[in-house]
Design a protein around this ligand. Sequence first.
Ligand code: ATP
Ligand code: MN
Length: 464
Amino acid sequence: MRNGYKVITLLKDTSLIGKEVTVQGWVRTKRDSKNVIFIAINDGSVLDNIQVVADAEKFDADLLKLVTTGAGVEIRGTLSESQGKGQAQEILATHIHVFGTADPATYPLQKKGHTLEFLREIAHLRFRTNTFGAVFRIRHHMAFAIHQYFNGKGFFYLHAPIITASDAEGAGEMFRVSVLDPKNPPLTETGEIDYSQDFFGRATNLTVSGQLEGELAAMALSEVYTFGPTFRAENSNTARHLAEFWMIEPEMAFYDITDNMNLAEDFIKYLVRYALDNCMTDIKFLNDMYDKELIERLNFVVNNNFIRLNYTEAIDILVGSGQKFDYPVKWGTDLQSEHERYLVEKHFKCPVILTNYPKEIKAFYMKQNDDGKTVRAMDVLFPQIGEIIGGSQREEDYDKLVNRMKEMNISEHEMWWFLDTRRFGAVPHAGFGLGFERLLLFVTGMKNIRDVIPFPRTPKNAEF
Ligand code: ATP
Ligand code: MN
């Protein structure tokens, strides 16, 4: 069944010229010119189509009627140097087989030029457009490059659980996992839902982060990374938030915050360089179609050192900027994306790594500084995106960690296994989380995070 060559090969491999070849794919366009029919075939292997030229007289007219935009076909013929301009090689057809038709009257992608919003409503079909072909090829290459990067550095890929019982990080933002009857759940004496009767004998959720498990493994394997789906039930309907997204979380023993920043910068530059080296056809398409500065921005990131500065210095810059923000800033407030983007796009014109945030706005596990006010957090801020990475050196001191948990009302009792890493063989360590779709927003130049994941999950939306 699987037969012939991918389009990418047919377009490139000049040694096939003059040979009989077969291509399997989908019709993108069909154009009649006198007795010659031009059919553009795409199979997803590359952005470009291969042109098929068919002599109308040699084929049954009823068969040719079925060859319409969207139809699934197999075409055999001779590969030739193209007469027309725009393509190097084309197929002079001798056999045409239609596997599946696509009725022009009802096929939604009959015409070009649909909006991204409309295509989101037909996410099951949008793979068939140039734009989403490009985006999802890039997505694949970035996933591959991530594994290649860490494998080359001796990191081990850790599969963190997707169902977790710990809710230390995101109280109130988690999706519950339960098999109890929602209409008639068992209740405790005080009238609460009795999760001890649930599947796991306790309340469980979809994970918001693999970090805590990453820390456990790093205390033996030294350098690990997770790369899996994470879930947040926060109701933030923005162009940068999904309820289900993928995160890459390296966790390294014997790393301090500087090592952590160095790794984050090197990692992200590697990925962007990989995209420029391996995905240029698709990037160039997206650059020309959607974002004329995309390639320039990608090159800039690869070729320049990220600015590193303290949260406190960033606040001084923002306060002194005279800029009007929707959310006012002062020391102690969490930075909004408008502040992050001001620093990156207006002030420094360069990616920024911010460190040493106030402890009140960061998680309990971050290493406390001697000033008693700040923690060794680091956020990597990017043009167009804002925060792309969040990370920290971790608090390895048992007493300091427990004190902070008490202050934040986090149960030591439930987190006994996490605290064990500080009881036995604790060493300095650090890590961070890169949002995979935020990286893809940057690399593709797309503006909405719903357009870089195949089937976006956002509030009130899980159709496909
Ligand atoms: P933000 O402030 O942008 O909501 P966060 O501080 O809650 O992000 P972290 O908990 O630090 O995010 O998660 C690490 C990384 O995961 C972020 O830097 C970002 O790249 C990504 N990320 C976080 N939340 C989302 C989301 N809802 N959708 C997509 N990516 C996300
Ligand atoms: Mn963060």
